[in-house]
Design a protein around this ligand. Structure first.
Ligand code: NAG
Ligand code: NAG
Ligand code: NAG
Ligand code: NAG
Length: 487
């Protein structure tokens, strides 16, 4: 139902190590998936599907390609057998393709509901499957399974399986899917799995991905609640809306109330934020150098579109990326120090920000804020022009880890809650997280293209962790200049 075509392509293009599987899977226990439907055309299996109500089957819209009309076969296991006891066959009375799915080459809105001519009889072989809640998102790395009677190998000559096969797969973060599938992957409509050679193949289209949700299973006393991990129609209707006049969810900063804020520019365009930590040094993210070299430091700004006397524009003489940050795709050690060619003039518009001490612990629930000239929501392409700010709350490391898993390294990172869609967006990278008047973090990453998604905490590089390195670099340029000016 999602990405079937594409994953098929991927399977075809990879060296086809196929065991006895759906691909890389095993034979399902007969009738252990009583919601599974075989859609057939002239007696041949063409697609999978799932019974979601006695009278409805959910499948992929593209299953209708050159296979009309379809017959719904319920309660099947071995398709080459008669299976009189378990099997039920139904005609389809209506084909409801998603209204935005216009043609069979289209990958988006690839979903279809089949109205059965007569209701299915529910019994031990035929059952309906529960659909997920509209706002339920299956966490990445959840183990799910997919089943089908499709081809068991990408090999052109291999036939369909005669018995139902199943394979365990792992949910991926959507941005990982985007990385792989580029424009073909549509965040709001699709999910993807990735387990090397495992997955589905031709003929499995329309079948469900089923995930056991641990929490729910506990609540229901270990009844195996199944989740169809479809972000179907339902999900499509819920748009992310909620963007005010913010960095996201924030407001315009009082002009020059954050005199340490730096706009890093490339050919006159704002690309990143940063902070002045000494007259001659700016702290920012290493990834700001991606495709934007050289950078110019602009100090004393509020509205970037109105050049004022308060502005100071200074060239960078040295770029010190953290030595363990090797490339631009890496998310760890994402910090950079910029040595200014000429020392900044400290004025009422240009000041340095204090850094915390190495062993300084931030109090349990500090008041923090983040500021930047970046995008004010995920959809507009323009920076805000004027400096925006928003108050944010630091999240527990365990919570950050739970969501971001291997992407979150609690030694060098920290994260903030995005409740109410508050936080940073593209173009704010490198800017400071200020807690108790000190720069505690550097804007690092969030969920791509979804700045205001409250399910994903925003991640910052943790400045105290990087202090030894910062001091070492700065020491090389004037030992008598002190860092924590404000103390
Ligand atoms: C499916 O049924 C056919 C016909 O009875 C049989 O030959 C075949 O071995 C069965 N397949 C499996 C995997 O049991
Ligand atoms: C199929 O639909 C897509 C998306 O609406 C459209 O871009 C494409 O031109 C259509 N193709 C055909 C053959 O109609
Ligand atoms: C980037 O660096 C990371 C971490 O060192 C490494 O795992 C990855 O393979 C590198 N990627 C490229 C394209 O060099
Ligand atoms: C640092 O030392 C140099 C040379 O000794 C001196 O010119 C400069 O004013 C000193 N800077 C500070 C901030 O004390």
């Amino acid at each position: 139902m999602y990405l079937n075509l594409l994953i098929l392509l991927q399977l075809l293009s990879s060296a086809g190590a196929s065991e006895s599987g759906i691909v890389g899977g095993k034979i399902a226990k007969p009738h252990s998936r009583p919601y599974m439907v075989s859609l057939q055309h002239r007696g041949h299996h063409v697609c999978g599907g799932m019974l979601i109500r006695e009278d409805f089957v959910l499948t992929s819209a593209h299953c209708l390609r050159s296979a009309y009309p379809l017959t719904v076969v319920l309660g099947a296991h071995n398709l080459t057998k008669e299976e009189k006891k378990s099997r039920q066959e139904r005609k389809v009375s209506h084909y409801h393709r998603h209204p935005l799915h216009e043609n069979i080459t289209q990958l988006s809105y690839d979903i279809m509901l089949l109205k059965l001519h007569t209701n299915a009889v529910l019994n031990e072989y035929v059952k309906v499957i529960e659909l997920p809640n509209k706002d339920k998102r299956i966490p990445a790395r959840t183990k799910c399974s997919v089943a089908g009677w499709g081809k068991t190998s990408p090999d052109k000559t291999s036939g369909a399986a005669d018995v139902l096969m199943e394979v365990e797969v792992t949910m991926q973060f959507n941005f990982e899917c985007v990385k792989k599938w580029k424009d073909y992957f549509i965040n709001s409509q699709m999910i993807c799995t990735d387990d090397g050679q495992k997955g589905f193949c031709q003929g499995d289209s329309g079948g469900p991905v089923v995930c056991k949700n641990k929490n729910v299973a506990q609540d229901l006393c270990q009844s195996t609640t199944m989740y169809l991990n479809l972000l179907i129609l339902l999900q499509l209707l819920s748009s992310a809306g909620a963007s005010e006049s913010g960095i996201v969810g924030g407001k315009i900063a009082k002009p020059h109330s954050r005199p340490y804020m730096v706009s890093l520019q490339h050919r006159g365009h704002h690309v990143c934020g940063g902070m002045l930590i000494r007259e001659d040094f700016v702290l920012t993210s290493a990834h700001c150098l991606r495709r934007t070299y050289p950078l110019t430091v602009v100090l004393g700004a509020h509205d970037l579109k109105k050049w004022k006397k308060s502005f100071q524009k200074i060239q960078v003489s040295h770029y010190h990326r953290h030595p363990l940050h090797e490339n631009t795709t890496q998310i760890s050690y994402d910090v950079m120090l910029l040595k200014l060619r000429t020392t900044a003039r400290l004025t009422e518009y240009v000041k340095v920000i204090g850094l915390p001490k190495e062993d300084e612990h931030i109090p349990a629930s500090p008041k923090c804020s983040v500021a930047g000239w970046g995008k004010t929501n995920s959809n507009n392409n323009q920076g805000s022009g004027v400096l925006m700010e928003v108050a944010v709350t630091v999240e527990d490391d365990s919570e950050c880890k739970k969501v971001w898993q291997n992407y979150f390294d609690k030694k060098q990172m920290m994260c903030t809650r995005t409740t109410g869609g508050k936080g940073f967006c593209q173009g704010d990278s490198g800017g400071p997280l200020i807690c108790n008047n000190k720069a505690q973090g550097i804007v690092a990453f969030n969920y791509p293209e979804r700045c205001d998604d409250s399910q994903y905490p925003h991640v910052f590089m943790n400045i105290p962790f990087f202090l030894p390195w910062i001091k070492e670099v700065l020491h090389g340029y004037g030992a008598n200049m002190s860092l924590n000016k404000q103390e």
